[in-house]
Design a protein around this ligand. Structure first.
Ligand code: TRP
Length: 329
């Protein structure tokens, strides 16, 4: 069975796009593989969160993933900073990471351009820490989005370099995990493109009813169809796509027919969509809030995850130290 590792950013709430995309796939992935999911809180230090924010962010992310279906009985779920073996492997990998290649990564060059006053060494070696996350479990596969492909490529490079340097075949070269069927693309509310955090066009699982209504009512539309059976424009198709995810087929058909006969009133459609989103999100939101307020449960999950992860991580580190030559007398 493949070992699959997923790293989750420690900031940001889940929106509907995440829910129908990555999260749905994670749930399936954990049935078929030996999965590790961890919250990358060390990485977040490159942007200096306050201690309260750091802690709260990790708590929210953990609660949201547990509420949406990550199962601590099926996977190992842990917080990166609970695993001291990761920074130790990071130290060792740093010795074989070249400043030149780190400086040439796209994400580092972006940071140099956008925040020239805070180009810290943590940013430079970000891909090395990520490689340590991956290699500590000798992972075979890692699900990554487009923006993380280069980092995964660096992890492969460091794995190969280690194997070559010590003439061993120790680390597998981690490959991208493919979700099989095409990812569900959830559109945003701004007329074009998909739902995303940076686009600011998202509906979050923890949004309250009022803000969901407000966001949906503000969604971009057009001036309405003027000819019977005309092709649905992109902003309206986006509303239909969202409806397809949260409303009954009857509801979708009803508005499709209204569109085809040019009788559609977007205000009515949006009202219906908002209520159906609220109905869909409500039980998930309640579960998130209930888990988030259950500190004992969160502690238990994190402790159990850390224990399982450390068992595997310490084995890797012991072997790596032996290979490198740190040996007992
Ligand atoms: N850098 C990833 C992101 O921003 C998070 C991450 C940290 C990660 N370590 C990882 C992802 C290891 C996959 C594997 O999304």
């Amino acid at each position: 069975m493949d070992t699959v590792l997923s790293g989750i950013r420690s900031t940001g709430n889940l929106h509907l796009g995440n829910y129908f995309g990555a999260v749905k796939n994670f749930i399936k992935m954990q049935e078929e593989n030996n999965c590790y999911f961890f919250i990358a809180d060390y990485h977040s230090l490159t942007t200096y969160p306050t201690p309260e924010d750091l802690h709260n962010n990790v708590k929210s992310v953990l609660a949201e993933y547990l509420a949406t279906g990550l199962d601590p009985e099926k996977s190992t779920i842990y917080v990166q900073s609970d695993i001291p073996e990761i920074p130790e492997l990071y130290l060792l990998l740093n010795m074989n990471a070249y400043v030149g290649e780190l400086e040439r990564t796209t994400s580092f060059k972006d940071k140099v351009r956008t925040q020239p006053n805070n180009v810290n060494a943590g940013l430079l070696t970000y891909p090395v820490l990520m490689a340590a996350d991956i290699l500590i479990h000798k992972s075979h596969k890692v699900p990554v989005g487009k923006d993380q492909e280069q980092n995964l490529e660096m992890a492969r490079k460091f794995a190969k370099r280690f194997n070559h340097m010590y003439k061993v075949n120790y680390f597998p070269e981690p490959q991208p995990y493919n979700f099989g069927e095409a990812l569900v693309k959830v559109p945003g509310l701004d007329g074009t493109g998909k739902m995303g955090k940076t686009a600011g066009n998202g509906i979050y699982l923890v949004d309250d009813d009022k803000s969901i209504r407000k966001k949906v009512m503000r969604a971009v539309t057009d001036s309405g169809p003027t000819e019977a059976n005309s092709i649905i424009t992109e902003p309206i198709q986006n509303l239909f796509t969202l409806m397809g995810l949260v409303s009954t087929p009857d509801t979708v058909d009803f508005f499709k027919e209204k569109y085809a006969s040019c009788e559609i009133r977007y205000g009515d459609m949006k009202k219906q969509l908002a209520e159906d989103i609220i109905k869909f999100v409500m039980p998930i939101r309640e579960k998130i809030l209930s888990i988030k307020s259950n500190n004992d449960y969160l502690r238990k999950v994190a402790e159990q995850g850390a224990e399982q992860a450390r068992e595997n991580a310490s084995k890797t580190l012991r072997e790596v130290r032996e290979i490198i030559g740190f040996r007992k007398f």
